[in-house]
Structures are given as structure tokens and as C-alpha cells.
Design a protein around this ligand. Structure first.
Ligand SMILES: [Zn+2]
Length: 472
């Protein structure tokens, strides 16, 4: 009873102190950052009825107001996609020897319907220690932090040794539409060319309890490399006929057999420097059956017992090799006819270094039916390249992470998905640690997207120090 009362009293004190902390006014700089972030989140940038061009223009106004001259702010858009524009800005460095660095973030967001969400997705709402709204994480947290760093550097007339470039781009979330990063890389490489780039793809994760409620950040990740995306169309054809007189040869059955073979096939295990470091460090930290298996697979990629354990974890399994999976089927033309055509989409996530051609050759061997046709959806797709674990870049990232997030494990990771990094050919691109999420993923791409207020503010502090360190 006493103990319970004591706990209740303690809880009351804590609630009191949290409430007090929340009431403390923000410093003018943090308030200005919050205002910039709010403006970005509240500018709808969905492909259906938003405008990245408008969002980029608003950020340009802020950069200009901070003192950045017009010559260092380059808005861009193509006439065919007037709403998918973006912005490049630059703070010139004093060193002639150092190549520039690039801060990149996409400003488009995934669709969000008001009727599906608890709150308006395009109003920034601060509630219970979180910011809610579409893009509060993906990727307007990063876009706002980069732009805010530029605003402050411009106001302070900060002169970095290394030129710092900023690119806010559109189209990351909609494959097939206009992509700003791809366009810049192909048409205005001069604007974004850099020794390296900092991008989305890294970040932290809590133990499931918000940090503002006593939880903790368990891990921070630095993304070094990602898989490449490719779709293949697998087609079976047949003369067809009347369904009252079926024959054994049938396009739907042939396609089904081929897809089941793909299900049973596992691409061979392989490692990059990143995934080797990840499995080694994470395996040691994790322990248990999975941790042991992670260490065993590094020692011997052919260890089938270890692989059997790791296959149960879909994320770890995907990090070990190329993966291909059936995602769509379209077959037959009438209820009462034998199918003349059966088609499936096979979506592949290719391990860094792997090409469309070799992945296609492997799939054809797996299917082992020359009557079926396998065709890649996009030709000339860039190959995913793993950026080097360069100590000059990775060193400051890890050192400053240890300072800002003391005691938190920092792990290099490979993204099993894909970002705009794939388009930045020749620019090693790193997904920075900083903002942390909850284990449920914070509604990214889904409902009620949110980020802990502290996560955003702490990431801003960390990334400011990081940009300064890397810019010399
Ligand atoms: Zn996204």
C-alpha cells in the first residue's frame, strides 16, 4: 500500500515535470525550425493533388530571407510536370581542394485521406509528445532539418571549408512518375555533384515506449547501401479453346507451376562490407538463437542450419540475398474459355552489384520452361552500389552518434527497400542516423504518421553537428 502510494506520488511528480517541460518556451531557433517544419508538412505534396513545386518555393523564400543570394538558390521543374519541381541550394566552401557534400531529401509524400485519418493529415498537430501529419517522418523531417541547417548557416554567414549542397526533390514515392533526383543526375549533375551525399534510410528505434514516457532508443542505424528494384513480367501463352473440352496444357497451370518454383527458390547468400558488419555487430549484441545464427552465417555463408533460423526473420532473410516474389497475376479472358494468356509480375530486390540480366538468367533457370517468357519491366535500371565504409565519413557519423545518443548501439545496415540513392550515380550516399521511430514504424506510408517531438529536435541537433564536422 505504502509502496503503491509512493509510486503514485512519483508518477505524479514525473507527470508534473513533463508538463512543465512541455510548457517551457522553445528557443527562438527551435521555434523557427518548428515553423519551417509545420509549413512543409502543411503543404500537400501528394502526386494526386499536391505540389512539390509550391513546397520548394516556400523553402526558397526562407533561404532568401536568411540571406542566401539568388545565385545560390536554383528552383527546377520541367514543363511536362509543373507540380513536381524541386530546389537546389548551395553554400560555397572556402577550400578548393575539398569536393562538395550533398544533403538530399524528398519532399513528396504518400497519399493520405482525411476520412481515413484520426486527424487532418495536412495540419501539423502536436499531441502527447508527438507531431502528427503526413510526411512528419517520411521525408519532411529530413527535408526540414536540412533546410533549417541552411537557414541558420546563411544567417550566421557560416563559411564551411567544403561546399554544402542541398537538394529537395519530388517523385520518390511514385515510381514511374517524374523523379527529381533522377532528373538532376541525368540533366544537371553539376548542381548536385559531390564527394558524398547524406540521405534518408538510417535512423533509430525505441524499445516500444516513447522516450518522453521513459522509453529508450535501443539502436541507431547508418544505412550504407540498398537493394535495387526490378519487376519482371512472366507470361505463359496457349492456343486456348472451349472450356467444355479441357486439355492438360493450360497457360494458368503453367504459370502457377513456374510461380511455385520461384517460391521454393532461394538466391545464394552473399555479403557486402555493410551486411557483414551488420550481422557481426547485431548478432553479438542480440545473442540467443538468432544472434548465434547471424554470427554463424558470416563465418560460413553455406551454413544451412543458421540459414534455416534466419529465414524466419523476413528482414534478416532479405538482407542475405536477392529476393524475387510474385506480386500480381492477370490470366484468362472468359469464364467459359481455356486461357490463351496468363501473366504474373515478379518483383525482385537485387543485392548490390547484381544486374537485371543475371537475375533474369537465374529466374529462367528456376522456371525451367522455355515456353514461358520472362521480360524485365525497366531496361537500363541502375545497379545498386554499396558506398565504401570510409572512415572519413563513417567516423564522424559514429562518433557524434555516441555523443548525442550515449550508450545506443550504432549499426551499419543495408536497406532492403530502395531510395533515390540509386539515381545518384558516382555519389556514395549514406542514410544518416538521428530521428528515432517506434517499433511499429510510426504510420509511415500508412495512417496517422507521427514522430516523437524529441526525436525530431534531437535529430536536428545531431545532424547540425554532423554537417559541420563533415564540411570541415
Ligand atoms: Zn517513403
Amino acid at each position: 500500500m505504502m509502496r503503491r502510494m509512493l509510486l503514485a506520488a512519483l508518477a505524479a511528480t514525473q507527470i508534473g515535470s513533463v508538463a512543465q517541460a512541455a510548457e517551457q518556451p522553445l528557443s527562438p531557433e527551435v521555434a523557427a525550425f518548428r515553423d519551417l517544419y509545420k509549413e512543409l508538412v502543411e503543404t500537400n505534396t501528394t502526386v494526386s493533388n499536391g505540389s512539390c513545386t509550391e513546397a520548394a518555393a516556400k523553402m526558397a523564400v526562407r533561404l532568401k530571407a536568411a540571406g542566401l543570394p539568388d545565385s545560390q538558390i536554383v528552383p527546377f521543374a520541367v514543363p511536362e510536370h509543373p507540380k513536381d519541381g524541386g530546389l537546389v541550394a548551395m553554400i560555397p566552401g572556402t577550400s578548393k581542394a575539398l569536393k562538395p557534400m550533398l544533403l538530399i531529401a524528398h519532399i513528396d509524400v504518400v497519399e493520405a485521406k482525411r476520412e481515413d485519418w484520426t486527424r487532418d493529415p495536412f495540419t501539423l498537430i502536436e499531441e502527447d509528445g508527438y507531431f502528427y501529419g503526413r510526411g512528419t517522418v517520411d521525408d519532411k523531417a529530413q527535408a526540414a532539418i536540412w533546410t533549417d541547417i541552411f537557414v541558420r548557416f546563411a544567417k550566421q554567414e557560416y563559411k564551411p571549408k567544403r561546399t554544402i549542397k542541398l537538394a529537395l526533390t519530388c517523385g520518390e514515392e511514385t515510381s514511374g512518375a517524374f523523379n527529381g533526383a533522377e532528373w538532376l543526375a541525368n540533366n544537371r549533375k553539376d548542381l548536385i555533384d559531390a564527394a558524398f551525399a547524406l540521405n534518408e534510410g538510417g535512423g533509430g528505434r525505441t524499445n516500444g515506449t516513447p522516450v518522453s514516457k521513459g522509453g529508450k532508443v535501443e539502436v541507431q542505424t547508418l544505412q550504407i547501401g540498398e537493394k535495387a528494384y526490378q519487376d519482371f513480367t512472366l507470361t505463359a501463352t496457349n492456343p486456348g479453346g472451349h472450356s467444355s473440352q479441357p486439355v492438360r496444357e493450360n497457360a494458368i497451370y503453367e504459370l502457377s507451376e513456374a510461380l511455385l518454383k520461384i517460391r521454393e527458390f532461394e538466391f545464394p547468400v552473399e555479403f557486402s562490407d555493410t551486411t557483414r558488419a551488420f550481422f557481426t555487430r547485431a548478432g553479438a549484441a542480440r545473442g540467443g538463437e538468432a544472434g548465434k545464427a547471424m554470427l554463424a552465417i558470416v563465418a560460413n555463408p553455406a551454413d544451412s542450419a543458421a540459414l534455416a533460423v534466419l529465414r524466419k526473420d523476413k528482414m534478416l532473410n532479405s538482407m542475405l540475398h536477392t529476393s524475387c516474389v510474385a506480386t500480381l497475376v492477370d490470366a484468362g479472358h472468359a469464364l467459359n474459355a481455356l486461357p490463351q494468356r496468363a501473366e504474373a509480375n515478379v518483383n525482385c530486390r537485387m543485392f548490390p552489384g547484381r544486374t537485371t540480366e543475371e537475375t533474369q538468367a537465374i529466374l529462367e533457370k528456376v522456371v525451367a520452361n522455355p515456353a514461358l517468357k520472362l521480360v524485365p519491366k525497366v531496361l537500363g535500371k541502375p545497379i545498386a552500389v554499396v558506398p565504401p565504409m570510409d572512415p572519413a565519413i563513417v567516423g564522424p557519423i559514429e562518433k557524434l552518434a555516441a555523443k548525442h545518443f550515449p550508450g545506443v548501439l550504432v549499426l551499419p545496415t543495408m536497406l532492403t527497400g530502395a531510395t533515390d540513392a540509386v539515381y545518384l550515380k558516382g555519389i556514395p550516399t549514406y542514410g544518416v542516423p538521428g530521428a528515432w521511430l517506434d517499433p511499429d514504424g510510426n504510420g509511415i506510408h500508412g495512417l496517422n504518421e507521427r514522430i516523437e517531438v524529441q526525436s525530431l529536435y534531437k535529430a536536428r541537433e545531431y545532424l547540425t553537428d554532423l554537417v559541420k564536422a563533415l564540411a570541415g
